[in-house]
Design a protein around this ligand. Structure first.
Ligand code: HEC
Length: 255
């Protein structure tokens, strides 16, 4: 074919439509990532009763607080403002003295009905345990052993499938970036998978031993770092680089 225009496989030389497709995808998964970080702050971030994610939060979430119950830690944390000091201490005392059934009916049930069920009942429509049922309250007065194995299995498989999918496409787009040294590029592409496995393994390990909580932070942090790097480099090569100079390297051949 004479006059065939040379077309190289790199982000810089793609036509507008493919760049639009890639950009739309990257923008939407970028927003998804932000939402995921906010979700972490609101759920695990509040576990120790203080805003912001810390190693303590991860220990509380996965290992639990084995010196006490969920009820006590909530009454000292996010539920502290829900009852006046006297009522709050009465519930905590009741838990500490062994969650006696008779005392529950005489002293604790009236407090729950007055202070808690406006939210903790199906009528409120809030996704919180129903305290009109005694059993649900007693369960939370037992020693807190953190995330259950069944919830870990559920959250693990969703993350493994879902995140692998996201990084398949982010990595595929980034693999068309020609300006990154070969070794660095290969590492950044495999990094999220490696740290996803470490992150998820760390939840299970932390459930067994709180010393592993820092692994969760490293796993999640490195995953976010590789995501940010691929995102920025891909956007740069699609939209800024073409204005500066043409690119005749073939990214898939590691040129
Ligand atoms: C204004 C609404 C509201 C009121 C009133 C309220 N709660 Fe909550 N409660 C929540 C929300 C929302 C959550 C979930 C977020 C969290 O864990 O902080 C929650 C979570 C909890 C949990 C953790 C449940 C679990 O298994 O994750 C406990 C225990 C709890 N509340 C106890 C109480 C007690 C005891 C009272 C009454 C003294 C009370 N709450 C009053 C809204 C309320």
């Amino acid at each position: 074919m004479p006059n065939a225009q040379q077309h190289n496989l790199n982000l810089c030389s793609q036509g507008t439509s493919l760049r639009m497709l890639f950009t739309g995808y990257l923008v939407v998964v970028g927003m998804g990532y932000m939402m995921a970080l906010m979700q972490i702050l609101f759920t695990h971030g509040m576990a120790d009763g203080e805003f912001g994610l810390s190693v303590d939060d991860i220990v509380y979430s996965y290992y639990g607080q084995r010196s006490g119950s969920v009820l006590e830690s909530k009454l000292n944390g996010s539920m502290q403002v829900m009852a006046p000091e006297g009522d709050r201490l009465k519930i905590i005392q009741w838990v500490k003295k062994g969650a006696d059934d008779a005392i529950f009916q005489s002293d604790i049930r009236p407090i729950i009905d007055q202070r808690c069920v406006m939210c903790h009942s199906p009528a409120s429509g809030m996704p919180v345990p129903d305290f009109t049922v005694d059993k649900n309250f007693f369960e939370r007065a037992e020693v807190d052993t953190g995330a259950s194995f069944s919830s870990l299995t559920r959250v693990s498989h969703i993350h493994l499938f879902g995140i692998a999918f996201i990084f398949m496409f982010v990595g595929l787009i980034f693999s068309l970036a020609a300006g990154v040294p070969k070794k660095l590029k290969a590492f950044v592409i495999i990094m999220p998978y490696l740290f996803l496995i470490i992150d998820i393994a760390s939840w299970w390990l932390t459930k067994l031993n709180p010393a592993f909580a820092w692994l969760t932070i490293i796993g999640g942090g490195m995953m976010a770092l590789s995501f940010g790097f691929m995102w920025i480099v891909s956007m740069y090569e699609m939209w800024i680089m073409p204005r500066l100079h043409p690119d005749d390297r073939d990214a898939l051949l590691d040129e």
